[in-house]
Design a protein around this ligand. Sequence first.
Ligand SMILES: [Zn+2]
Length: 67
Amino acid sequence: MCFLGCDEEETEVGRQQARGSCPYCGGKVHAVDVGSKLRLCFLPICFRFKRKYFCTLCSKRLVLYDY
Ligand SMILES: [Zn+2]
């Protein structure tokens, strides 16, 4: 677990096409895996992954619940 993040840095670590289509324009959806680096003041760096979804056509941020 990470607490007290002093600085957060996000790096794209992967990108793949996701199932389904954009509810706004019907475009293709990309799943982007983002590695989030938390630099803590007094602890070693903590790394965690997030997955974000974006429409490739209208660039809207999409929220998919697939779990
Ligand atoms: Zn779209």
